[in-house]
Structure formats: structure tokens, C-alpha cells
Design a protein around this ligand. Structure first.
Ligand SMILES: C[S@@+](CC[C@H](N)C(=O)[O-])C[C@H]1O[C@@H](n2cnc3c(N)ncnc32)[C@H](O)[C@@H]1O
Length: 234
């Protein structure tokens, strides 16, 4: 099935694929590593089995999973082949026997039911055209006791920090990123998609509606991002 703005998303990521990692670190002042570290550790009590990193892009989160869990296989799925190719240029990923990149759509997962022990999604759910469908797919392929961990941008509510962050995200970021990446539209989309995305309580409600138990939201870095977790009840 072709979703409304999937082509725009794919094209935007393919335009910036080779610069994605360095831009990410630069624009987040290096915080992206810390955010991924916090995400990956949420899977420490997952049941035995493989992990899946969805919307994995250049595979930074999938790589962090292989490092932290040296006995697990990790599949990394993304629908933008250029992002996966850019990830495969990293020697540690190219030579890994435990990391399998796969091109596919997170809303129509090519996996059997109950197959995975844990799923991570870093900065991906915001881009899904049909969020419920995507989350239901994640629920379907997780085994009982399996865990879903979502890392996503959120909106800080600290009254002092909020205007400063708004200025950076809406004005500075699209300009700096546009110049450095050569694709200003992609980063203007980033700012507007953060603004238009669901607040924490609503995303938690979607997780519950799609069958996850014990859902929690943990804001990091004054709420610039939030780590969401949900469990498949045994
Ligand atoms: C902002 S990047 C995040 C990459 C990586 N997870 C990270 O932490 O840096 C979002 C990725 O989601 C992918 N994506 C968006 N919608 C998708 C979908 N429906 N199916 C698969 N991948 C998707 C894009 O191609 C892009 O690589």
C-alpha cells in the first residue's frame, strides 16, 4: 500500500543519507548518543530472542543494540535504501555478523507473529502515515513479554527553556541544517513534524489501544525527547 506522504519522506532521507549521522550529532550537540544509550538499555529485561530496530536509517540504534547485547541478533528495517547503504559504509556495521539490514515498510512488516523479543524505533514513529497501523504491527510481531521502546522528539514544557528551544528548532535549525545538508525542506519538515506530533499522554494512549501494557513515558533533556515503553502481557 502507498501512504500519502511516504514518497516525500523517502526522498528527503535519501537526499541527506550520507550526511545524516554527522548532522544529527552536530544539531543535537552530541546528545543523540546519550538518547540512544537510554533507549537501548530499556530492553535489558526483554525475554530471550532477536531484536528489531524499525525506521533504523543509518543504523545507529541497531549498532548500539549489537554492542550492548552481544548475544542477540538485530534486524534493522527502513524503507529508504539510501539510509541503509549509508549505514553500511561504517566498517563495524558492514562486518557485523549479528546485524541484518532490511528494506521494508514499518507499517506492513514482513515478519511472522510473535517473532521478536524487543523492538526499538528511534525518531521514526513521527513519520508514520498511519501510526495505529504501525504500532499494531509492532505488537503483532512481539512475543509475550516482549518490549517496545520508542525514542521520539517531544515538546519541552519548562517555561524558561521552551522559548529558547522553539527559537532553535523553528528558526536556527532549518537554516543551519539546510545549508549543511543542502536540503532545507527536509529540516523545515523536521521542525513542523515535531510541532504537529502527539503529546506524550496521547502517544501512551495509542500504545494502550494497540495492545501494549505497562506503558510509560520518560522525558530526557528537559523534554526535547521522550523514551516510551510498552510490554506485551504474557
Ligand atoms: C529520523 S530517521 C531515524 C533513523 C534512526 N532510527 C536514528 O535513530 O537516527 C527516520 C527514518 O525512518 C524511516 N522511515 C520513515 N517512515 C518509514 C516507514 N513507514 N517504514 C520504514 N522506514 C520508515 C526513514 O526512511 C528514516 O530513515
Amino acid at each position: 500500500m502507498q501512504y500519502p506522504y511516504a514518497n516525500f519522506i523517502q526522498q528527503s532521507f535519501s537526499n541527506i543519507a550520507n550526511r545524516y549521522d554527522s548532522l544529527n550529532s552536530l544539531l543535537s550537540f552530541g546528545l543523540d548518543r546519550y538518547w540512544r544509550w537510554q533507549t537501548v538499555r530499556e530492553l535489558r529485561s526483554a525475554p530471550p530472542g532477536e531484536f528489531l530496530d524499525l525506521c533504523g536509517g543509518t543504523m545507529p540504534l541497531a549498532l548500539a543494540l549489537t554492542r550492548r547485547y552481544p548475544k542477540r541478533q538485530v534486524v534493522c528495517l527502513d524503507f529508504c535504501a539510501e539510509m541503509l547503504h549509508a549505514g553500511l559504509k561504517k566498517p563495524e556495521i558492514a562486518s557485523s555478523q549479528r546485524l541484518l539490514p532490511l528494506c521494508g515498510d514499518a507499517q506492513e512488516l514482513p515478519f511472522a507473529d510473535d517473532g521478536f523479543a524487543g523492538i526499538t524505533v528511534g525518531f521514526g514513529v513521527r513519520n508514520l502515515s498511519d501510526l495505529h497501523r504501525g504500532i499494531r504491527e509492532m505488537r503483532r510481531i512481539l512475543r509475550p513479554g516482549g518490549r517496545l521502546v520508542i525514542l521520539e522528539f517531544s515538546r519541552p514544557d519548562n517555561p524558561f527553556f521552551k522559548p529558547l528551544y522553539g527559537f532553535y528548532k523553528n528558526l536556527l535549525l532549518p537554516v543551519i541544517a539546510g545549508v549543511l545538508s543542502g536540503d532545507r525542506e527536509a529540516y523545515a519538515y523536521l521542525a513542523s513534524s515535531i510541532e504537529g506530533f502527539l503529546p506524550q499522554n496521547k502517544l501512551l494512549r495509542v500504545l494502550t489501544e494497540c495492545g501494549f501494557a505497562g506503558v510509560k513515558a520518560r522525558p530526557l533533556s528537559l523534554g526535547i525527547v521522550t523514551v516510551y515503553t510498552g510490554i506485551v502481557a504474557d
